[in-house]
Design a protein around this ligand. Structure first.
Ligand code: ADP
Ligand code: ZN
Length: 718
């Protein structure tokens, strides 16, 4: 018997399948979909078994499969099929699609047995006359104490802290036994118990269950109780002996929603999120492989969960950019969900208060079955006010407007909590010399460095470059470096002084350690802090009863990003952040500070009118040929050398102009917002199109051109 194995091979876009002999000891174990190690040339490489068969050629001398990486793990036929679909539509090699479906811990370079976790228990050695030992050692009180505990049976080794335990083990009186265990993941407790659905929630559930459609868009304003709708749908799915997947965008969102799922579904849930260690992910994955769980909750890659008989996939906050992977394979979890739903004859529910324009347009056209939750559970909508910061800066209020200042003072005096959003981490955002005008920039990226007070360094948020901070200018050597601009660190210390209160900061810097998010959320809910300052990670999913005021400090920052989606993202950020108040009994106030109070985005946020925003923005998209009217494909050309990158990009542009007809719009090459990143110069080509037939052919060719020219990198994003 031989196995056809697709192997990992360094040359791009090469899908190579070779036959290998199955050695006797693997005969009854090996399955299609197993990850295996095989010899290739003089190396050992990873591969996946695609077929096991008997068609051997007598003229070929087959080499043996070396080993199976982990016999518990294999890709089932659905996932093998799905990989082919991904490879075809994303224009990437098949094996990278298979690799992304399995937990990283299964990388062959990591030994699998270190991924199993063991616990030690201790018990008395049954072959020893214990009473005799006690008599002989009656003065060894600590030892006798331990022996008495163990007389009742085996206990966890960690539960005994006395050093006498070691003595007993060394003497052979006590024996130590190791057991394989799953790592336990920590959760914060959910306060919600036994919720009865409102009429609106209940009728949404029924509409989804009774419909013959398979794709739904649940558009529900913030605080309308989408989670409970999901839960009811999942209950129904599990009752029918089917399984379900819930995707959530980010770890910052997960603690509260995950704990809710945990509290309802208990041990039948496996959870994946980015703060799990590789070992923990491995454990969760193994539970799925063994069929021990019927519900998987996780971020993007959980869409590949090897669940059988899927009945339901839920994608919460479906507009989130995190569902699209930015590295190869550049898949979108929503597209994968559609494919899996089709395969399993299941249903998919996209949920959001601010769906992407594409999704909402599909909902309006009926491609997705649109269901609305128009009411908040609390019955209260936040009261939103826009403050013109240009007027405020004339009064020298650069950080906090007088309106926001009054509201903060009032909220604090009522002992209520405040959330302030500032979408910039670090202390300051710009460092320059007041004497010679020198600006601190990253040597690898064409970008200003950011001052971080906590680490006393200037650092680049793109490549991680870092230097010690100094007030001496490296150019003119005067002591004249000033830090300008406002980051979360500076805001935190400003607020502490100004309001003499306890401020908690939540951004990428304070949440880099394991479970840090959960700890901060717990701290804030317990009332130990009065103000929470954070970047966009605080805009979604948080549910705090005592928060009555939300302030958005610099709402213009996200509007200024040069991207056709910046208005959409800003609307999302503002209305989601505003949605953090008025969720419970307290009325909610939202203050938005801006230098562009007349921009239509603010008007729509103020009216709390997504439909209005949608219509306005769709008009612009139509005029400018942007999604959802057109598809977009970006080709990014990078090189260490400016001219090489520029020439390469121009060559590609010429090639595309020749091949593509006038149904395609090809723009560029242009340098984006960042000319140089991680030492590489960057050029963008953008293609707008409605049909992709010519384009896919052309892109495949470009990939091949790329193999010939090693000095440029091409990254295609469809
Ligand atoms: P969304 O995701 O739509 O923003 P959530 O699902 O987080 O809203 O629900 C908002 C709050 O309302 C939560 O605290 C939740 O416990 C509560 N809630 C949801 N449904 C009900 C209900 N039927 N009865 C009472 N409280 C509810
Ligand atoms: Zn950098």
């Amino acid at each position: 018997m031989v196995a056809s194995v697709i192997i990992e091979y360094s040359v791009k876009s090469l899908n190579k399948v070779f036959d290998y002999k199955i050695p006797n000891e693997l005969y009854n174990i090996i399955k299609v979909g197993h990850k295996v190690i095989v010899p290739f040339a003089s190396k050992e490489v990873e591969g996946f078994v695609l077929k096991i068969h008997n068609e051997m050629d007598n003229n070929i001398e087959y080499r043996d499969i070396i080993r199976i990486v982990d016999s518990d793990f294999y890709l089932n036929s659905e996932l093998l099929e799905l990989g082919k679909y991904m490879s075809n539509t994303l224009l990437c090699n098949l094996i990278s699609c298979y690799q992304v479906m399995l937990p990283k811990a299964l990388k062959a370079s990591i030994k699998t047995n270190i991924n199993k976790k063991y616990i030690s228990k201790v018990s008395l050695n049954k072959e020893i006359d214990i009473e005799e030992y006690i008599i002989k050692h009656k003065n060894a009180h600590k030892e006798i104490e331990i022996i008495n505990i163990l007389k009742n049976g085996e206990v966890l080794k960690n539960s005994i802290t006395s050093s006498s335990l070691r003595t007993l083990i060394n003497k052979g009186i006590v024996v130590e036994n190791k057991y394989e265990t799953n790592r336990e993941v920590e959760y914060i407790e959910s306060k919600d118990k036994d919720i009865k659905l409102t009429e609106e929630q209940d009728s949404s559930v029924k509409e989804i269950l009774n419909s013959s459609d398979s794709k739904f868009l649940l558009y529900g304003v913030t605080g309308s109780g989408k989670t409970e709708v999901y839960i009811e749908l999942i209950r129904n799915t599990l009752k029918n002996n089917k399984t379900a997947i819930v995707l959530v965008p980010e770890i910052s969102l997960t603690p509260q929603i995950v704990s809710r799922f945990k509290s309802v579904f208990g041990d039948s849930v496996a959870v994946f999120h980015s703060s799990l260690s590789e070992g923990e992910k491995y454990d969760e994955y193994r539970k799925i492989m063994k069929g021990e769980v019927s519900l998987v909750v996780g971020a993007r890659s959980a869409i590949f969960s090897p669940l059988k008989n899927i009945g339901l996939i839920i994608i919460d906050e479906c507009q989130s950019a995190t569902y699209k992977q930015e590295n190869t394979p550049k898949y979108n979890a929503i597209d994968i969900a559609y494919k899996r739903v089709e395969y399993n004859n299941a249903k998919v529910v996209l949920g959001s208060a601010t769906p992407s324009l594409e999704e909402y347009a599909r909902g309006k056209k009926g491609v997705l079955h649109l269901i609305k939750l128009n009411n908040r559970i609390s019955g209260k909508f936040p009261n939103i006010e826009i403050v013109d910061m240009e007027k405020e800066s004339k009064k020298h209020n650069y950080i906090i407007s007088s309106k926001l200042d009054i509201e903060i003072n009032q909220a604090l005096s009522r002992r209520e909590q405040v959330i302030l959003l500032l979408n910039r981490r670090g202390y300051s955002t710009f460092l320059s010399c007041t004497n010679c005008g020198y600006v601190y920039k990253c040597p690898n990226c064409d970008i200003s460095l950011i001052y971080h007070k906590s680490s006393n360094s200037y650092s680049c948020h793109y490549c991680g470059y870092r230097v010690n901070s100094s007030t001496i200018c490296p150019s003119c050597h005067e002591e004249a470096i000033r830090d300008l601009g406002l980051g979360t660190e500076k805001l935190e210390s400003f607020l502490e002084k100004e309001y003499n209160t306890r401020v908690l900061r939540m951004d990428a810097d304070t949440t880099s350690t394991k479970n840090a998010h959960q700890k901060l959320i717990k701290e804030f809910s317990s009332g130990n802090y009065n103000i929470l300052v954070g970047t966009q990670m605080i805009s979604k999913g948080l549910n705090f009863e005592n928060v009555s005021l939300v302030g958005i400090i610099n709402s213009d920052a996200s509007l200024a990003i040069p991207d056709f989606r910046s208005a959409e993202r800003t609307y999302e950020l503002l209305s989601q952040t505003a949605g953090r108040v008025g969720r419970f009994n307290l009325p909610g106030k939202v203050i938005i500070q801006t230098y562009n109070p007349n921009n239509y985005v603010y008007k729509c946020v103020l009216e709390n009118n997504f439909d209005h925003f949608f219509n306005y923005e769709m008009n612009i998209r139509k005029k400018l040929c942007y999604p959802p009217y057109y598809y977009i494909c970006n080709i990014l050309v990078t090189s260490l050398d400016f001219n090489t990158a520029s020439d390469g990009a121009n060559k590609i542009k010429k090639y595309l102009d020749n091949i593509l007809n006038d149904e395609y719009v090809v723009l560029g090459p242009s340098v984006g917002a960042i000319v140089k990143l991680k030492n590489k110069y960057r050029f963008n080509i953008m293609i707008k199109y409605k049909k992709n037939d010519l384009l896919y052919k052309a892109l495949n060719e470009i990939n091949n051109i790329n193999i010939k020219n090693v000095n440029i990198d091409i990254s295609i994003n469809i």
